[in-house]
Design a protein around this ligand. Structure first.
Ligand SMILES: [Zn+2]
Length: 150
């Protein structure tokens, strides 16, 4: 065994009878399930998801000028879920009040959607972390081959 590789940049693990070259990269070629990371339903994530726009008039606002708006009002059984909560400016929020959009004669310019975790793309490496050249092609692969939204 030890006769196969004489030098290895990452070093060796020694056992009483032989040594194993430490790999710099371990590629996982087959896996049963990719862990799904749910985007948490938080005020910050909701504002981010809708790009700080009012979903009724489509205008962009400061955080302080936006509200979370239940499309089906809570008083009518509306739930706090990605499908029922959008961002709205204060004037649109007041105009809609405790009504359904159709009752208020209002239309959602931006439809409610559930954000999707963007896979490896959403992983931002800290700048101080030097990427070993042997890792680079795997990182490039992840960048180019991970699913992106339209
Ligand atoms: Zn608005």
């Amino acid at each position: 065994m030890s006769g196969l590789i004489k030098t290895n940049p990452a070093g060796f693990v020694h056992t009483p009878t032989f040594k194993i070259a430490i790999p710099e990269v371990i590629a996982l070629r087959v896996y049963g399930q990719i862990p799904v990371s749910e985007i948490k339903f938080t005020r910050r994530n909701i504002y981010d998801h809708y790009g700080y726009r009012c979903c009724y008039c489509g205008e962009k606002f400061q955080t302080s000028d936006l509200n979370l708006e239940h499309i089906i009002p809570v008083s009518r059984g509306g739930q706090s879920t990605w499908n029922n909560v959008v961002t709205s400016c204060i004037p649109c929020n007041i105009e809609k009040g405790d009504r359904l959009p159709q009752e208020a004669g209002m239309k959602l310019l931006i439809k409610p959607t559930r954000p999707r975790w963007k896979g490896a793309q959403s992983l931002v490496l800290p700048t101080f972390l030097k990427i070993k050249t042997s890792w680079q092609k795997f990182i490039d692969n992840a960048y180019w081959n991970s699913e992106i939204e339209e």
